[in-house]
Design a protein around this ligand. Structure first.
Ligand code: IMP
Ligand code: MG
Length: 194
């Protein structure tokens, strides 16, 4: 069924529990932020969640259903340009950011923080739109791979430097539907500079 998957790194139950904890933290922080603005959770419409497609799809779907807050969703897609050298690599936003981020509480959601280039770029672009606040939530963090520093507010799990798939993460477009976070077989693992 999943021929290139080697072993499970994080089980469905572990993911479920951690997503519940993250949602509770995010909901509490957003409520505090709204309270400081002097608005009630019922009245406001000033929270927007921005999942980065396609990897964040499943994480975002599970997370938002545990946020009992009035919010909207604005999807964005990011492509990265692999290059020969580290400096020639870059992340690039496909299309536009959601309109009207000014004055809103923004939460960016991504599947994994790896080199940091994707989220560093997204953070810069959103900050330029003057949001009331900006938070970033990632399910996974491969700390040892960081090439560009980026502040993130919520991390589900720190993982070792292994190529993982499942729960939204893909290998060549496949295995996003694998229900657990799993490690690819060694002979299928792509070049670490790809
Ligand atoms: P960064 O810009 O290097 O931080 O890369 C982040 C993006 O690379 C993520 O949003 C994923 O789409 C992809 N990525 C990084 N590591 C993995 C992995 O182990 N499995 C699947 N996708 C990954
Ligand atoms: Mg991605």
């Amino acid at each position: 069924m999943f021929p290139e998957v080697d072993h499970v790194l994080i089980s469905e139950e572990q993911i479920r529990r951690r997503v519940t904890q993250l949602a509770a933290e995010i909901a509490a922080d957003l409520r505090d932020a709204l309270a400081r603005d002097g608005e009630t959770v019922q009245d406001e419409d000033r929270v927007i969640l921005i999942p980065i497609m396609t990897g964040a799809m499943i994480f975002a779907a599970d997370l938002i259903r545990q946020l009992p807050i009035k919010l909207s969703l604005g999807l964005v897609a990011v492509s990265s340009y692999p290059g020969e050298s580290v400096t020639s690599k870059g992340a690039h936003l496909e299309g536009d950011l959601p309109a009207d981020l000014a004055g809103k509480h923004v939460v960016v959601i991504d599947d994994i923080l790896d080199s940091g280039r994707t989220l560093a770029m997204v953070r810069r672009l959103i900050e330029a739109r003057s949001p009331a606040s900006l938070r970033i939530a990632v399910l996974l963090d491969k700390k040892t791979r960081r090439a560009e520093h980026v502040d993130v507010d919520y991390v589900g799990f720190e993982i070792p430097d292994e190529f993982v798939v499942g729960y939204g993460l893909d290998f060549n477009g496949y295995y996003r539907n694998h229900p657990e976070i799993a490690v690819l077989r060694a002979d299928a693992i792509p070049s670490r500079d790809a």
